[in-house]
Design a protein around this ligand. Structure first.
Ligand SMILES: Nc1ncnc2c1ncn2[C@@H]1O[C@H](COP(=O)(O)OP(=O)(O)OP(=O)(O)O)[C@@H](O)[C@H]1O
Length: 290
């Protein structure tokens, strides 16, 4: 049976620098998540805490009720992050063997097939690969490890458009064959929007969004028309930002639209995509109308 992974009140300081402040959320079994946040928001730090590579200043990470620090619990969590974990001469095949030794049941056959799609060979030395090739080797490793929770930090870093597409296809295929929780932390939000079911957004050291994508986008609108009419229609709503072009205003709203309010003929309402919603939510209102 697969358990929930609970991150509770995690705070992390590096020296006097507060990176994460009372971060709590729960990851459900067999779901694909996007972990989003601006550069330096603390995503990698959080992933390193979850996988027990660094310790939180306060708070806990638990699989159901067990602290994630035993072999048994850590054997259910796999993180790919930085490259510096591997010794210099290691070949891709040996990375697979290490994962097999630690987690068991490594899917060598599928990994071999994936390597071919990325034009790589198991005998290639990891440290000699290009940035994109390293990423390809790491995601191949991650998608074939037998763990219930797979964390992919920057899974498309350096991959060209063709290989990113290969990765997205393989991710879906792998998930369908063996549903488990996969957390993607990436800045290419428009590309993962269709893959993820749920978003965790870290902003200003805290969890700003912890919501299903569908529900999130259901509240994300852009409302445009003559300034006065847009202001009237959006009065009292949560307006994240506005842009003006002459007398035409576009308001980016993150709210349920009021049912009884009449939409004037000259006012148009459209939906915002995840990437733009991310920008409006994390912009701090600093560059309105710039
Ligand atoms: N070992 C460390 N010592 C001191 N500060 C650190 C350390 N690791 C990370 N930081 C700082 O913590 C903050 C969060 O870094 P982190 O790498 O977690 O962000 P991120 O959200 O993954 O960023 P990006 O999207 O740019 O990769 C940054 O300001 C970084 O400088």
């Amino acid at each position: 049976m697969m358990e929930q992974l609970k991150i509770s009140q995690v705070t992390k300081k590096f020296g006097r620098h507060l990176i994460l402040d009372d971060v709590s959320f729960t990851l459900e079994p067999a779901k694909i998540y996007g972990l989003l946040g601006r550069n330096g928001a603390g995503k990698s730090t959080l992933l390193n805490i979850i996988s027990n590579r660094i310790f939180p200043t306060a708070g806990s990470v638990k699989l159901d009720d067990q602290e994630v620090n035993t072999d048994q619990t850590l054997g259910k969590i796999f993180l790919i992050g930085e490259d510096n974990l591997y010794y210099k001469q290691v070949k891709i095949n040996q990375m697979f063997d290490l994962a097999d030794a630690a987690y068991g049941n490594f899917d060598y056959k599928n990994a071999e097939r994936m390597l071919k799609r990325f034009s790589l060979e198991g005998t290639h030395k990891f440290t000699k690969l290009s940035t994109g090739q390293k990423t390809a080797a790491k995601v191949t490793l991650a998608l074939n490890v037998s763990a219930d929770y797979i964390f992919l930090d920057e899974p498309v870093l350096g991959l060209d458009a063709n290989y990113r597409e290969v990765f997205y296809q393989e991710l879906i295929k792998s998930y369908q064959a063996r549903p488990r929780t996969i957390v993607l932390s990436t800045h290419l939000i428009d590309e993962i929007q269709r893959l993820i079911e749920h978003v965790i957004l870290i902003n200003n050291q805290q969890v700003l969004v912890d919501t299903d994508v569908e529900e999130l986008l259901r509240k994300a609108y852009e409302i445009s028309g003559p300034v006065k009419l847009v202001d009237q229609y959006t009065e009292g709503l949560n307006v994240l930002s506005t842009e003006d072009l002459g007398n035409i205003r576009t308001a980016h709203v993150f709210d349920k639209l009021p049912e009884g309010r009449v939409i004037p003929d000259q006012v148009q309402i459209g939906h915002t995509d995840l990437q733009h919603l991310f920008i409006y939510l994390t912009n701090e209102g600093g560059d309105k109308n710039d």
